[in-house]
Design a protein around this ligand. Structure first.
Ligand code: AMP
Length: 212
């Protein structure tokens, strides 16, 4: 049976970076709804156009849109053994639907990893975040600077301005944080991870929790 892992935590807590390392270590795909939406925006599809106004404002994209994407991604052959969920579920309705989709597809949740990072660290991280549009690699202007060959072409996400980041933190607190209680009462281990350490230290802590 496919076993899935949910990465839960505020935007900028490190889910994307750590999810990629964890996916690689476990040989599972990472499914990131934010990445799927950004790709749709880049390609200018109808989905992208609809999603962009929510994303740029720091608001959540409607649940039915997200759940359609999740359903498609989980049906792909590469997710047959399990997957790392990055950025979903983000609302109670999404969590309920993800439960249902997993049951339908013969999957189950094996763990939830909860990233703990103070708001001020998050604002600092996100406003300094830059992405290489060619490779998708994520850097930080101070903590993980892009190499010289890439430095000229990195871009800032439209939703990584301070104002939008603060709105996204409010949305996280209101809509997503309550999911912690939901998973705490479910029969699934929740691993709390201090997400303030450097990338390697946080990865090591996650691996110890997941495989230990
Ligand atoms: P992320 O890259 O996960 O920070 O997502 C970027 C933006 O995409 C979010 O601020 C939302 O506007 C949208 N988004 C991504 N995942 C979801 C989701 N599960 N539910 C609603 N909106 C989402």
């Amino acid at each position: 049976m496919a076993k899935d892992i949910i990465l839960l935590g505020a935007p900028g807590a490190g889910k994307g970076t750590q999810g990629a390392l964890l996916a690689e270590a476990l040989g599972l795909p990472k499914i990131a709804t934010g990445d799927i939406l950004r790709e749709a925006v880049r390609q200018g599809t109808e989905l992208g156009r609809e999603a962009k106004r929510f994303m740029d404002a720091g608001e959540l994209v409607p649940d039915d849109v997200i759940l359609g994407l999740v359903r498609l991604a989980l049906a792909l052959p590469n997710a047959a053994q399990g997957a790392i969920f990055d950025g979903f579920p983000r609302t109670a309705a999404q969590a309920e639907a993800v439960d249902r989709i997993q049951a339908e597809l013969g999957r189950r949740l094996s763990a939830v990893i909860l990233f703990e990072v103070p708001d001020e660290v998050i604002v600092d991280r996100m406003t300094g975040r830059r992405t290489d549009p060619e490779s998708g690699a994520v850097y930080h202007i101070r903590y993980n600077p892009p190499p010289p060959a890439v430095r000229e072409r990195v871009i800032q996400r439209a939703d990584d301005t301070e104002e939008t980041v603060r709105r996204r933190l409010v949305v996280y607190r209101e809509m997503t944080k309550p999911l912690i209680a939901r998973y705490r009462s479910a029969a699934v281990p929740i691993h709390r991870v201090d997400g303030t350490g450097d990338i390697e230290a946080v990865h090591a802590a996650i691996m110890e929790q997941v495989t230990g």
